[in-house]
Design a protein around this ligand. Structure first.
Ligand code: ACO
Ligand code: ZN
Length: 165
C-alpha cells in the first residue's frame, strides 16, 4: 500500500516501494557521481523504509532520499554513544529543483529516522555543493567536521549533523 506523506502541488512525497528502486537508480545516475549496487538500494529499503522516500509527479519519479541507521559516537556529545540516522543520498532532477521538493524529502526523512528512535541524523556533502549545504543548514543541520579527501576524486566533505527530539 502506498503511504503518501505529503503533497506539494502536483508532487506526491511518499515512501518508496521495491518497484521504485529502478527509477531511483536512474535519478541517482543522472544527478550524482556516487553510485551503489542494486543490492545496496534493496537493503536500505528493507532496513528503513520510513526514511526511503520518493517524489513523484503524475507517475514520473523526480527525486528521492534514502537513509540508513548506525550506532556510533555522537557528533555532539563528548563520549556519547548514540543511534544515528545517516542520509546516504538525496537528489532531485535538475528541472524540478527549487520548488521545495528537496526540503520536503529531508523533512520527511527526519520524521522517518525519529520513528526509528534515532538520537541524531547526519550526512556528508561536498564542500563545493552550496545548494545542498544551504538546504541542510536551513533545516537545522550544522557542520561538525571537515573530512579531507572524502570523495574518490579527492574533494573534501563536510559532515553535517542535527540532534533529534
Ligand atoms: N519558488 C522558488 N524557490 C523555491 C521554491 C519555490 N516555490 N521552493 C523552494 N525554493 C528554493 C528554496 O528556498 C531554496 O533556496 P536557496 O537555495 O536559495 O536556499 C532552493 O529553492 C532549494 O530548496 P528545495 O527546492 O527544497 O531543494 P531542491 O528540490 O532544489 O533540492 C538538492 C536540493 C537535493 C540538493 C538538489 O539541488 C539536487 O538534487 N542536487 C544534485 C544532487 C545533490 O547534490 N545531492 C546532495 C548530495 S549530498 C547527499 O546526498 C547526502
Ligand atoms: Zn554518508
Amino acid at each position: 500500500m502506498q503511504v503518501i506523506l505529503r503533497q506539494l502541488g502536483d508532487c506526491n512525497i511518499r515512501r518508496a516501494e521495491p518497484s521504485d528502486l529502478i527509477p531511483v537508480m536512474e535519478i541517482n545516475l543522472k544527478t550524482l557521481p556516487e553510485h551503489y549496487s542494486d543490492y545496496f538500494y534493496e537493503s536500505l529499503l528493507a532496513e528503513i523504509p520510513e526514511a526511503f522516500i520518493v517524489a513523484e509527479i503524475s507517475g514520473k519519479h523526480v527525486g528521492y532520499i534514502m537513509c540508513k541507521t548506525e550506532y556510533g559516537f555522537s557528533n555532539f556529545k563528548k563520549l556519547g554513544f548514540v543511534k544515528k540516522g545517516h542520509v546516504v543520498s538525496i537528489a532531485v532532477l535538475d528541472e524540478y529543483r527549487k520548488k521545495g521538493i528537496g526540503k520536503a524529502l529531508v523533512e520527511e526523512s527526519v520524521n522517518g529516522v525519529k520513528l526509528k528512535k534515532c538520537d541524531e541524523f547526519y550526512l556528508e556533502v561536498r564542500c563545493s555543493n552550496n545548494d545542498a549545504v544551504r538546504l541542510y543548514e536551513k533545516l537545522g543541520f550544522v557542520i561538525r567536521q571537515k573530512l579531507n579527501a572524502y570523495y574518490r576524486d579527492g574533494e573534501d566533505a563536510y559532515l553535517m549533523a542535527i540532534e533529534l527530539n
